[in-house]
Design a protein around this ligand. Structure first.
Ligand code: C5P
Length: 224
């Protein structure tokens, strides 16, 4: 590794995203949102009408992913352009998450994204958010965290998050979708969602983001 990496893995809604943003900001390190890459590949596959078992075609899209991140005005979020089209509004939806988990089972897609992910490990350091950061992409990361929370709590959090963006969401449907996505992510053959042997496991159920942040920062300080 050309720079130290903090690998943070866990299921959707565990609080990883917020935690990683806070950590990267606090340390002044780079941030890799690997889920966004899988989401973009899922969207590209959908847009080009690829069959989800057409591994070669989707891997080709992944290898040539035409994506641009455009920083917004101060206080405005970064816009994401896929093949020149602004997809920021759709990137975080549960529909896109499901597309992502469908392309993420394909080995050729995962290997097409490997180099792109590793390139993010630049000085002074990287906070990497995903499912297989500690087990596959950055196996020698000095800090590995596996963050979980109960499916019910994750559905509640996601519900509030999507609701606050004005999305029309249904809690029971969301819980079902989260369970389906967990199942696909945990049971796939390649790089399934599971803690690395040397990961610190943390259950964030009932904890606020500040408590989670403090615990992880203590772990980081102890190891770096
Ligand atoms: O983290 P996020 O919900 O954005 O990830 C979307 C999907 O992308 C996950 O459900 C998973 O199927 C896939 N993914 C993955 N490996 C990663 C990150 C995401 O397989 N490192």
């Amino acid at each position: 590794l050309s720079a130290p990496v903090i690998a943070i893995d866990g299921p959707s809604g565990s609080g990883k995203g917020t935690l990683c943003q806070k950590l990267a900001q606090h340390l002044g390190w780079h941030l890799l949102d690997s889920g966004a890459l899988y989401r973009l590949v899922g969207m590209a596959a959908d847009k080009h009408g690829c069959a989800f078992d057409d591994e070669a075609a989707i891997a080709k899209l992944a290898a040539n992913l035409d994506v641009e991140f455009v920083a917004g005005e101060p206080g405005e979020p970064t816009r994401v352009l896929l093949e020149g089209e602004d997809v920021s509004g759709d990137l975080r939806t549960e529909t896109t998450g499901m597309l992502a988990s469908k392309v993420a089972v394909l080995p050729a897609v995962r290997s097409a994204l490997l180099g792109r992910q590793r390139d993010f490990a630049q000085a002074p350091g990287l906070v990497a958010d995903g499912r297989d950061m500690g087990t596959v992409v950055f196996t020698s990361a000095p800090v590995k965290i596996f963050l979980t929370a109960s499916a019910e709590e994750r559905a509640d959090r996601r519900y509030l998050q999507l609701k606050s963006k004005g999305d029309d969401v249904n809690l029971a449907a969301l819980l079902g979708e989260i369970r389906a996505r967990d199942k696909r992510d945990s049971e796939r053959e390649l790089a399934p969602l599971k803690p690395a042997e040397d990961a610190v496991q943390l259950d964030s159920s009932g904890l606020g983001i500040d408590e989670v942040f403090d615990r992880v920062l203590a772990e980081v300080n102890a190891r770096l």
